[in-house]
Design a protein around this ligand. Structure first.
Ligand code: CA
Ligand code: CA
Length: 299
């Protein structure tokens, strides 16, 4: 606005000066019709400029009516904060068991037998289990690898045993802990095994009622046959022992006598359990009526 006004004013001054000069020129000479017309035009222009200037001045004087900005207060819609209902996570899983106490890893130089993978402790996850011995070592060891945990056990009656290995696993009794069959002390013609269990970070050797580790033998010699059978229905292990009760004059067997014993498992202990109908019998013939094997139906 101000600069526009100044420009108009400057132009007006210019016109007035020209007019004054022209008027002077005109008054000192004879009237010239062309000059008279020009003067008239200039007067008109001057008038127009004056009117324009007046309009500008009026405009400048007009108070600027600042339309008040009606600040509509922001209607603050109250934010209804829905309370976050933190539903506690329903923990359906069993509380995590504390880790097992750490044990030394199996030495690098150890001789390690084939692993068996099975859910020994009934938690739904397979463990790895194997036997190992140090070169020239005295005893065999069992090792269970249960995720990040490990458990170890020295097989007490494996001294001098050529090979201790896992025969198999199965459920002898009616619980979730599997029974682990492992060859232990050896014999002249028999294979001996013990039964182990793994749970709560521990490898347990099952025992007899008297306390020492329970052990079974199977195998055969000329005159003795030992067979071990796991009862598929009951928590029993039966041992059949066949011996020659009568021989011919030249030494061939005529009658075999079979004696049966059985032990039942309660937790980690084996107790002798008799049979009402006995279990002993005799069989004729030169061949033994049983075979010297382990019949436990391992998978
Ligand atoms: Ca398991
Ligand atoms: Ca069991």
């Amino acid at each position: 606005m101000t600069s526009r006004f100044s420009n108009s004013f400057a132009r007006l001054i210019g016109v007035v000066l020209a007019f004054t000069l022209l008027s002077g020129a005109c008054s000192s000479s004879e009237p010239n019709p062309e000059l008279t017309a020009a003067l008239a035009a200039l007067k008109e222009a001057e008038k127009a400029l004056e009117a324009h200037e007046a309009a500008l001045e009026e405009l400048a004087a007009t108070p600027v009516t600042t339309t008040p900005v009606t600040t509509t207060p922001a209607t603050t819609t109250p934010v209804t904060t829905t309370p976050v209902t933190t539903t506690p996570a329903t923990t359906t899983e069993a509380p995590e068991e504390p880790p097992c106490p750490p044990i030394l890893p199996v030495p690098d130089e150890a001789i390690i037998n084939a692993s068996v993978f099975s859910d020994l402790d009934g938690d739904g996850i397979d463990e790895e289990v194997f036997t190992w011995i140090l070169p020239g070592g005295d005893h065999w060891h069992l090792r269970v690898i249960d995720g990040v945990d490990q458990a170890g056990h020295q097989i007490s009656d494996s001294h001098g045993v050529y090979l201790s290995e896992i025969l198999g696993v199965l459920y002898i009794d009616d619980d979730t802990i599997q029974e682990l069959f492992v060859t232990v002390t050896g014999g002249a013609y028999t294979t001996a095994f013990g039964v182990f269990q793994y749970h709560d970070c521990e490898i347990i050797r099952t025992t007899t009622v008297d306390g020492p580790p329970a052990v079974w033998h199977f195998g055969a010699s000329i005159s003795n046959v030992l067979q071990v059978v796991c009862d598929p229905e009951m928590p029993f292990i039966r041992t059949y022992t066949a011996t020659i009760s009568e021989s011919s004059d030249d030494g061939y067997p005529l009658i075999w006598s079979v004696h049966m014993t059985r032990e039942g498992l309660w937790e980690s202990q084996w107790e002798p359990v008799g049979m009402s109908a006995g279990g002993d019998y005799e069989a004729d013939g030169p061949e033994p009526p049983i075979s010297g094997d382990l019949d436990c139906g391992f998978e």
